[in-house]
Design a protein around this ligand. Structure first.
Ligand code: NAD
Length: 248
């Protein structure tokens, strides 16, 4: 493992443009369950049913049962060693952009500035009917939160069946085409179209470093270096290896 971490550190340090693609797994150590966690939120609420725009349109009160519980978990979560480590790598000039599928704001809280939120962010709510926007904070005591037009508000996260925000979609593909290294952290890479980013980066010559507790379909297809383990420990070790190389 130490050798693999050393090789990954070298790739990152030799790359002129390094980006990261992160998924729910990076926030598991912050207490937010991923879709694969056996217990927690998603054992109670099937994401296919509760995280779909069709369900929201038909039964917003039902979807808000899940959103309220998710909000409790996300609002208490703090960045873990993986978010902080990636923030450090950005500050050191070795990580240039993070594309995250997460809606929990933890990369920004962990110090990263160049973050593209592919699936939106839960800190604002919008009215699908009149378009008015609110900060989630100001509606926290209302359940379900309503717009001044009395319709139920929707968090500005991308539900299954919804389009990806245009800027995130276009910018991510552009960046993936110019990356020399890509860190893929804590994602099963099954949600499309974001899961095409590793292959696009690879086709354009990027080295792919995958960090995950388990192998994924990427591991044997596009990944160059697979660092198996919890993101917190692996990324901390990677940051230390980069710092060590800097001294030499
Ligand atoms: P996923 O649940 O499909 O996969 C998570 C991956 O992370 C798995 O491959 C798992 O092995 C790995 N993992 C779990 N714990 C880990 C750890 N400690 N360190 C490293 N890897 C770990 O998640 P996905 O691929 O991101 O796709 C699900 C969709 O749901 C995405 O849009 C995602 O952002 C969203 N979602 C977001 C949050 C959040 O904002 N924190 C939480 C749940 C789901």
């Amino acid at each position: 493992m130490e050798e693999l971490i050393g090789q990954a550190a070298e790739i990152i340090m030799n790359s002129k443009f390094t980006m990261a693609l992160t998924g729910a797994g990076i926030s598991v150590e912050s207490g937010i369950p991923d879709f694969r966690s056996a217990d927690g939120l998603w054992s109670k609420f099937d994401p296919a049913e509760y995280a779909s725009i069709y369900s929201f349109r038909a039964k917003p009160e039902m979807v808000w049962e899940m959103l309220r519980e998710m909000d409790k978990v996300v609002s208490q979560a703090r960045p873990n060693k993986a978010h902080l480590g990636m923030g450090k790598l950005e500050k050191m000039g070795y990580l240039h952009c993070i594309i995250t599928q997460n809606i929990d704001n933890l990369h920004q809280m962990g110090g990263a500035k160049n973050v593209i939120e592919y699936h939106g962010n839960s800190s604002t709510l919008s009215c699908l009917w009149c378009g008015k926007k609110y900060k989630s904070e100001e509606k926290r005591d209302e359940y379900p939160p309503r717009c001044e037009c009395q319709k139920i508000l929707k968090p500005d996260v991308v539900f299954f069946g919804e389009a990806i925000p245009e800027y995130a979609l276009n910018r991510s593909f552009q960046l993936a085409s110019s990356a020399q290294a890509l860190m893929v952290v804590g994602t099963s890479a099954v949600v499309s179209p974001v899961n095409t980013i590793p292959a696009i980066a690879r086709q354009n010559g990027a080295k792919i470093i995958e960090i995950n507790t388990e192998r994924t379909h990427l591991t044997d297809t596009v990944t160059d270096i697979f660092l198996q383990g919890g993101a917190g420990k692996v990324i901390s070790d990677l940051v230390e290896a980069v710092k060590g190389n800097e001294k030499n």
